[in-house]
Design a protein around this ligand. Structure first.
Ligand code: S3P
Length: 176
C-alpha cells in the first residue's frame, strides 16, 4: 500500500501552524505532531533555554534531526517552526514525504498575533519588530516553495477548511 503523505504546515511565526494543524488533524483523522514541542521534549528544555545554551545553530541542528525523524513517519499532520522550511535539506525531505502548505498572512497581521508574546527568542529584545520584518521578507520566497498556499488571514475554521481541502485534493490526485 502506498504510504500516506504527511500534511506539513509551514510559514512565519504567528501563522497559526500549531492551532490549524491540531484542528486539521482532527478533521482528517490523522495524528498531530508539533515539531517545536518535540524539540523541547527531546532536549528537556524550552526553546528560549535551548537558544541561550546552544545558540541558534544548536537549535537548528536539533530541528533538523527532529524533522528528519518526522519525515520518516507517515500520515502525520505536522506543525513546523518558522525557520524549519528555510533550511534547504529539511525543506527537501518534507516536500518529498508530505504535502507542504504555506500558511500565509501579511507581516503586520502576524506581528499583531505574536509580537508581544514571550517564548520566541527571535522576537525578543530591542528592535524586534524591524528584525522580525526583515526576517519575514527574507524567508517569504522559501515559504512560497511549498506545494500550496492557504490564506491564514481569515477566521480559524476557514483556514482549517482550506488546509483540509488542499490535502485531500493533493492526496486524491496522488501528487504532492
Ligand atoms: C522560529 C520559530 C519558532 C521556533 C523558534 C524559531 C523561527 O516556531 O521554532 O523560536 O526561526 O521562525 P513558531 O513558528 O511556531 O513560532
Amino acid at each position: 500500500m502506498a504510504r500516506r503523505a504527511n500534511l506539513v504546515l509551514v510559514g512565519f511565526m504567528g501563522a497559526g501552524k500549531s492551532v490549524v494543524g491540531r484542528a486539521a488533524a482532527e478533521r482528517l483523522d490523522m495524528a498531530f505532531v508539533d515539531a517545536d514541542a518535540m524539540i523541547e521534549a527531546d532536549a528537556g528544555q524550552s526553546i528560549p533555554d535551548i537558544f541561550a545554551a546552544e545558540g541558534e545553530s544548536g537549535f537548528r541542528s536539533r530541528e533538523r534531526r527532529v524533522l528528519a525523524m518526522i519525515a520518516a513517519e507517515e500520515g502525520l499532520v505536522v506543525a513546523t517552526g518558522g525557520g524549519a522550511f528555510v533550511q534547504p535539506d529539511v525543506r527537501e525531505r518534507l516536500m518529498e514525504t508530505g504535502v507542504t502548505i504555506h500558511l500565509d498572512a501579511p507581516f503586520d497581521v502576524l506581528w499583531e498575533r505574536v509580537g508581544a508574546q514571550p517564548g520566541r527568542p527571535l522576537l525578543a529584545g530591542e528592535g524586534a519588530k524591524e528584525r522580525a520584518e526583515s526576517l519575514y521578507c527574507s524567508r517569504l520566497a522559501e515559504y512560497q516553495k511549498a506545494h500550496a498556499r492557504v490564506d491564514a488571514n481569515r477566521p480559524l475554521p476557514e483556514v482549517v477548511q482550506g488546509v483540509v481541502e488542499v490535502y485531500r485534493e493533493r492526496v486524491d490526485n496522488d501528487h504532492h
